[in-house]
Design a protein around this ligand. Sequence first.
Ligand SMILES: [Mg+2]
Length: 191
Amino acid sequence: MSRDQIESIKFELLMAISKKCVFLDRDGVLNEDNINYTFLLSKFTILPGVLEALYNLKEAGYVLVVVTNQSGIAQRKYTQRQMELCHIFLQEACEHVIDHIYFSPYHPSVTNSLLRKPGTLMFEKAIAKFSIDVKKSWMVGDRGRDIIPARQLGIKTIQIGNEIEANEMGDFKTESLLEASKLILKSGKKK
Ligand SMILES: [Mg+2]
């Protein structure tokens, strides 16, 4: 067998095992966004329909990955531990259907990082870890910085709400994650 044939088989295998994924922003998508950061467990409120959306996407075979900027950590507004307590609560509420939560604690005023959206590094880590096929995958976010990195990587985008500049808008727009999940599941059935 030639080297080219081996490479082509390797590629076919990789494509066969590659998974579809829904990338999720956290604040404003999974839980209520607070103006002055969301870090207190007592103020961490999961939005209506979120659990149902997560269960349905998981059941349809999507890897669920949260990608969240948490720059309040670098700015010393709250601690990583406070954020982690919110994530433990979130995972327990949804029976651990979320496969991984990537967070970026950085802020340009303290330390810049490609991990911070609109950088792509949190997405790239997930793509490598879970063998994700970007063409079968989606990003749901409520800000331009959620849409930009996903689009750069060839991931389809859904924006929630209206707080996005015209040139950074998602491929689709919905009012909630539940609505977004229905759109994703419907589009999956067409293929
Ligand atoms: Mg957000």
